[in-house]
Ligand binder design. Sequence first.
Ligand SMILES: [Fe+2]
Length: 395
Amino acid sequence: MPYYRRVGEVPHKRHTQFRTPDGGLYAEELMGVEGFSSDSSLLYHRHIPTGITAAEAVEREPDPLVPNHPLKPRHLRTHALKTGGDIVDARQLLMANDDVRLSYVAADETSPLYRNAIGDEVVYVESGTGLMESVYGAIDVGPGDYVVIPTSTTHRWVVTSPDPLRVMVIEATGHVAPPNRYLSPRGQFLEHAPYCERDLRGPAEPLLVDDTDTDVLVRHRAGLTRYTYAHHPFDVVGWDGHLYPYVFNIADFEPITGRIHQPPPVHQTFEGPKFVVCSFVPRKFDYHPEGIPAPYNHANVDSDEMIFYVGGDFMSRKGAGIELGSISLHPSGFTHGPQPGSVEASIGKEATDELAVMVDTFRPLHLGPAALDSEDADYAWTWARGRPDTTFGSA
Ligand SMILES: [Fe+2]
């Protein structure tokens, strides 16, 4: 996160005495990634951030994963999955590999305090509203928000809408950031980037909770550990730096279009270790007089391609199978493309109002229980047997 931010009170000089109203010292914490060699923030706590009174292993059966074998394109219907629970505990695992895990939650409860010590999390909000509360402060979230939560940020999710907060959770095994090619050598968004600093929302004020004996669930390589802290971790009176949770709304992604069909990298929004995230947003189609707006068939030789359909005109195409909340998985080793009739149908179309989130992984995705529970088993045969539709505007 390349953008300096300052919230609440911090002393003029780092690592100097910063006193509480009663004369004590605030406890300074540096939270930094890649040792001391990359982005960091300095936080000032009312209590020492190290004060744990208990640590207990939380035993939970790992979600079973099965290989995509026989190798097939898949269609999942997330809205067929169960509703309820919270964004931390009720994750329904769709697919995963050693680099990234993709889960779906329709949350109606507040989550426990939680942090992921393995990697950053990106939570895409499909619908509903909530609050992402953290040691850095709170951020309101709503439909279309990508919420980027740095590794080891203590936070929790509060649902504020009467309807469930429907999200896809992307768990990385490292750090997620805007693509390097969008950034100057010093981290400023360049003119050709489809979004910039003004489009990002961060915490605006400290979030202070005065409490004791507070549990925090920590996800780490060996499993889950529940710490009990002597004091509530939301005790930061101020912080500054370049490392903090932030939100980018998909509606602020400015699409890059051309005379002929543009390839998926123009839609790239974030990159993580061995995966990318792309946003397909409403946009004008290609304007070459003989252009074909539909994508060409393509073999993604080195990536599995997951698309989460979150809004737009694909819903109106009957017989497609793809609907709001659908996910398609087009794996490496399988050539995919538009449905029969879609190429012809796309000619002359001027725009699309589709909205979709794509995660391309560089290693194959295995299927989790939520994929098996929500799969449309006929999808693989739709190109050959009909069911014309579907995604001529997308990747
Ligand atoms: Fe594709």
